[in-house]
Design a protein around this ligand. Structure first.
Ligand code: GLP
Length: 245
C-alpha cells in the first residue's frame, strides 16, 4: 500500500487527478472505475482543467461507475448518472457511449448481471477511484457485505441514508436501495486509488488501513490489494496519528 499524506483537500484533488491523468497518458483507452460523492468533486474539477488546457485527451477512455441509486432516472439531479454528466462527462471530450453507470430503473437482477458482463467485456478496470463512507463502506457495500460479491442490489443503512440526505431537498426522498459493484468487482481492478478527506472520515480511515480485515469495515479488504494508493489529508489522518499506527 502506498500512502500519500497531503495537507488539504486542494492538494488531495491535484494529486488524485495527476495519478488519473498519468494512467490516461500511459493507456489512452484505459478503463477508469469512477466514484461519486463530495470527495471526488475536486479531482474531477482538476481533470476538466487539464482537459481545457489541452493536456488531456479522453476520446478513447472508457469508464464504469461504482454504483447508482435504485428508482432514480439519470435525469434526476441526485442520480449518480446526473452527477457524472455534470461534473465530468459533459465537460470533457469523452464519448458518452463509453461511460457506464448502473441503470437505476432497469430490472435489478438483470442489470447487475449485465453490468458485471460489461466490465469483463471492457477488459476489466485499470484504475478504480474510491471514496470512503463514514461507516467504512466503499461504493454502496455496507458493513457486513461479503468480500467476494459481484455487482448486486443493496438496501442502504440508515447511516448512509442520513449521510446522503444533505444532498436531497427532503430526507424522505433519499432512495432506500441501490445497485453497487461488489467488493469482488472492486478488488479485481488492476489499481485502486482511495481518496479520503476530513475529520469525519478519520475513524473509518484508521480502521480501513490499520484495523483487522473484516466485513464489518468493508474498506479494510483494500489492505490486501496489490496496487493500492491512498491519498488522505491531515484531518482524515487524525486517528492514525493519535493511536501511533
Ligand atoms: C456514497 C457513495 C460512495 C462514496 C461515499 C462517500 O454513499 N456511494 O461511493 O464514497 O458515499 O461520499 P462523500 O465523498 O460525499 O463523503
Amino acid at each position: 500500500m502506498k500512502v500519500i499524506r497531503v495537507s488539504d483537500y486542494a492538494e488531495l484533488s491535484r494529486k488524485a487527478a495527476d495519478l488519473i491523468a498519468e494512467e490516461i497518458r500511459e493507456k489512452p483507452d484505459c478503463v477508469l472505475g469512477l466514484a461519486t460523492g463530495s470527495t471526488p468533486e475536486g479531482t474531477y474539477k482538476q481533470l476538466v482543467a487539464e482537459y481545457e488546457a489541452g493536456k488531456l485527451d479522453f476520446s478513447r477512455v472508457r469508464t464504469v461507475n461504482l454504483d447508482e441509486y435504485r428508482g432514480l432516472p439519470g435525469s434526476h439531479p441526485q442520480s449518480y448518472r446526473y452527477f457524472m454528466d455534470t461534473h465530468l462527462f459533459s465537460r470533457i471530450n469523452i464519448n458518452k457511449k463509453n461511460t457506464f453507470i448502473p441503470d437505476g430503473l432497469a430490472p435489478e437482477k438483470e442489470e447487475c448481471e449485465e453490468y458485471e458482463k460489461r466490465i469483463l467485456s471492457l477488459g476489466g478496470i485499470d484504475l478504480q477511484l474510491l471514496g470512503l463512507g463514514r461507516n467504512g463502506h466503499i461504493g454502496f457495500n455496507e458493513p457486513g457485505t461479503s468480500f467476494i460479491m459481484e455487482t448486486h442490489p443493496v438496501k442502504l443503512t440508515s447511516s448512509t441514508i442520513q449521510a446522503n440526505a444533505r444532498l436531497f431537498n427532503d430526507p424522505e426522498e433519499v432512495p432506500r436501495r441501490a445497485v453497487t459493484m461488489g467488493i469482488g468487482t472492486i478488488m479485481s481492478a488492476r489499481e485502486i486509488l482511495l481518496i479520503v478527506n476530513g475529520e469525519d472520515k478519520a475513524e473509518a480511515l484508521q480502521k480501513a488501513l490499520y484495523g483487522p480485515v473484516t466485513p464489518s469495515c468493508p474498506a479494510s479488504i483494500l489492505q490486501d490489494h496489490p496496487a493500492l494508493t491512498v491519498i488522505a489529508d491531515e484531518e482524515a489522518f487524525r486517528e492514525i496519528q493519535a493511536c501511533g499506527s
